[in-house]
Design a binder for this molecule. Sequence first.
Ligand code: ZN
Length: 278
Amino acid sequence: MVGHQYDLGREASVVPPVLVFNVTGRSPFVLACDHASNRFPDRFGDLGLTPHQRLMHIAWDPGALAVALRLSDLLDAPLVASTVSRLVVDCNRRPDAPDLCPAISERTDIPGNRGIGANERAERIGAYHTPFHDLLGEVIETRKAGGQAPILVTVHSFTPVYKDVPRPWPIGLIHPRDEGFTAALRDALIADGPELDVGWNQPYSALNGVTYTLEHHGDGRGIESTMIEIRHDEILETDGIIGWAERLARCLQAAHGSRGGAANFIERHGQFTGGFDG
Ligand SMILES: [Zn+2]
């Protein structure tokens, strides 16, 4: 609420809080992009940040939505994406997390989040956090009701250096309580590119309280899930985006197949149209 009038009616008519792409896709994978956007809805102004700060990783996951969209095409998978900055409300945090609307991110003060009260917090949850999770839940539950065994894949990107500490892995995988599918994906990535340095529970793990979406929709709904983190300097340009999306499409399908998923899917649907063709 930094110096701007609040007009939810106008805002709601312009941009919905969450978007779903390819909702009828036939893949068993359901993609989610919690930190897809650095949009600050009108009523928040700029939260006291410079244009440069609003472009940085503190506001969103650069490149993640581009990879997720391409992956959605290649796999023929639905994709649910938030349309607001994580600095407004972080969809990958529990609603009661202290850093849900962070007053500081890495080392940057977020003036517009300083001292916000319970009402403002509840309003942000209701306007953006709840719609994202409700829609993701609906996509997953619709598939379960249709006899599918969906696998949730969340797509993120991370900054190459955090608080002066370099992060060497081009990709990191973070698993929920059951690490099975994530381990299969790690094995598939290494088989696909033996030179690839795949971070395991890097650049952080579920123990850091940053995997709400996996916990809520993966563990919470009894389905397999995994969290993919790509170092964002890998996916800032088109070649990198396409290359990573194609690699992930190959490896997600290989991981699914290695766990018997492809066979089950063919049995249920007659043919495997999981999209990747090259
Ligand atoms: Zn993220």
